[in-house]
Design a protein around this ligand. Sequence first.
Ligand code: ADE
Length: 254
Amino acid sequence: MLTIDVVTIFPAMVEAVLVDGVVARARTKGLVDVQARDLRDYTDDKHRVVDDVPFGGGPGMVLKPEPLFRAVEAITAERGTPSAVVLLTPQGKPLTHAMAARFSGMERLVLLCGRYEGIDERVTDAFVTDEVSIGDYVLTGGELPALVLMDAVVRLVPGVVGDESSVAGDSFVRGLLDHPQYTRPAVFRDRAVPDVLVSGHHGEIERWRARQRVERTRDRRPELLDAADLTSEERAARELLEGDASASPKRRRS
Ligand code: ADE
């Protein structure tokens, strides 16, 4: 079983995601054990202070080393040596599917949520195995990033998502965006689903979807295309599109 300990000054934020959804269900099924650890429980002063001013001056506050050292040591004593200690920080490596897949194969994950201007670097030096960012924007803390990472990791644990083929076919597993999906009704407010999808012709449906995946990736995330692991249908679609100037971007997306 995968255990995930999330060290945070807002444990209620982490507990909120444990009541509903995929992570909650994985917990009930006994596939993962997630615990929110209140950083203030690892302080030893009356006011349970977790932060202090930065040496060298500057704005904001820095998470103090003592509570974080105690928290990681207490989790290690209780659970055993962590497989990885992950610090969520905008200074980290961007989170990818490959990274989530690596974490999903581990036994004991510890997630440290930063706050304020950061955490004392000695914590990073002593314990942190991976520094991870969820994107090039700054949030108010590492809690939401930790929850994002946890969701991406937990759904890859075998048995968590009912249909394994839905996970295998995901965007980014092969480095390509997904094709569009439709469900009933076949016509809704004068908008019909593409004819090919109701044709029952599986070969044509697969060719259409392959073309959609390649076209979307080329239009929205062209940098992904060269590294993508293409199927024969997708390679054929790519060759068709490369000789097709009319298939240039149709819409702008922010
Ligand atoms: N903490 C604040 N912003 C963050 C980000 N983008 N990724 C990870 N942790 C963060």
